[in-house]
Ligand binder design. Structure first.
Ligand code: ATP
Ligand code: LTN
Length: 334
């Protein structure tokens, strides 16, 4: 608990351009939950270097991502929005947790399997221990809840196992966190292949709608979205393309399945695609306008970066000192 509130932690990697999958599956829920919890939202730039990055590009993307967090509606005076690499405790706790994690556990991680297949020329140890750094992120702030998309569930389970393993040996050190998966939009699929998740690292730009896409691009991508030859708008697994469009529409408008089915009853796919385009643009346009404003306000964003790094450092140090003491590191002499 911090200030009598439960703690929330989440983060996104500063790799690639954010998609509406990232927004609807994660960021949107962050905003809904932000009043209820004491929140830490990190730009996890240390995770990003598990695949090779261009330094100038990484720096630019990380700042953009931080601005997107704010532009999406997270108040940076109330929520701790910061860069992971500015807080030394993440790496320190990750090292300790590495010594409590089994190779077999990490070998099972599907994200590791996927990413090592994709980056076969660079299967580095960081890619393998990535989930341990993620566990450190979460446990460092004694987070109660972690809002993520479904794909991160396996990492969350590992985090819980590590917390429990550690607590069993040393007493109650870590809060065991719960995942929070939103009811709508937890897995937005690719517009070109609705059996695959929409991903910012997809090579086909038509597969994803990026948060920075302009209105015409959104319209074009929706128009080209893969559907089927059934010709009816129903919400069912046999029509994954249509189902995905309905999910995007529901997540953007807040309407229920019943409401949207009624709305599109007897209509063709063209009408659905136009409605999806409008609903997505109504979310993206204000967000893009706010990002543009923040880009001009360098002094303000810099002050947020500085103050929040200090806040994160303060809370993370509390946990880190406790852990160091428990495992037997020598006391610091003051
Ligand atoms: P990449 O494809 O490059 O691995 P990603 O698009 O999965 O990246 P992350 O930074 O790994 O993006 O994820 C940030 C957050 O967005 C996570 O909580 C993740 O679960 C969520 N997320 C990512 N893609 C989707 C999606 N298609 N639908 C819903 N949530 C998603
Ligand atoms: N692994 C996550 C990003 C991430 C994260 C976290 C999410 C890193 N640390 C802590 C929630 C909590 C991803 O790839 N989406």
């Amino acid at each position: 608990m911090i200030n009598d509130k439960k703690v929330l932690f989440s983060g996104m990697q500063a790799t690639g351009n954010l998609t509406i999958g990232n927004y609807l599956g994660a960021l949107k829920n962050w905003i809904t939950l932000s009043d209820e919890y004491e929140c830490f939202y990190s730009v996890v730039d240390m995770h990003s270097i598990t695949v090779r990055q261009n330094p100038a590009e990484l720096r630019k993307r990380a700042r953009k991502l931080l601005q997107i967090y704010i532009a999406a509606g997270l108040d940076p005076e109330k929520n701790c929005i910061y860069y992971q690499s500015h807080v030394s405790g993440h790496a320190e706790l990750a090292w300790i947790l590495n010594c409590f994690t089994y190779m077999g556990e990490l070998n099972r991680m599907t994200q590791f399997k996927d990413k090592s297949a994709k980056h076969a020329d660079n299967i580095n140890a960081g890619l393998f221990t990535y989930p341990v750094l993620m566990a450190a992120d979460i446990l460092l702030y004694q987070a109660d809840v972690v809002p993520v998309g479904i794909d991160q569930m396996q990492h969350l389970e590992l985090t819980r196992d590590l917390a429990e393993r550690f607590n069993n040996i040393y007493g109650d050190v870590f809060t065991v966190p719960e995942a929070y998966i939103g009811k709508v939009g937890a897995k937005i699929m690719s517009l070109q292949d609705p059996s695959k998740k929409m991903s910012k690292s997809d090579e086909n730009p038509n597969a994803s709608i990026y948060l920075m896409d302009d209105a015409d691009t959104v319209a074009r991508k929706c128009k080209r979205a893969v559907t089927d030859s059934e010709g009816v708008i129903l919400y069912r697994d046999e029509q994954p393309g249509v189902k995905n469009l309905l999910d995007i529409y529901r997540a953007c408008t807040g309407k229920s399945v019943e409401e949207v089915l009624k709305e599109f009853e007897g209509q063709g796919y063209g009408v659905l695609k136009t409605a999806v385009t409008e609903s997505v643009n109504s979310v993206l346009q204000p967000l893009q306008a706010r990002v543009a404003e923040l880009e001009k306000d360098k002094g303000y964003v810099d002050s947020i970066i500085k103050n929040n790094a200090e806040k994160a450092q303060y809370y993370s140090n509390k946990t880190l000192r406790k852990v160091q003491k428990k495992i037997g590191f020598p006391e610091r002499i003051r």
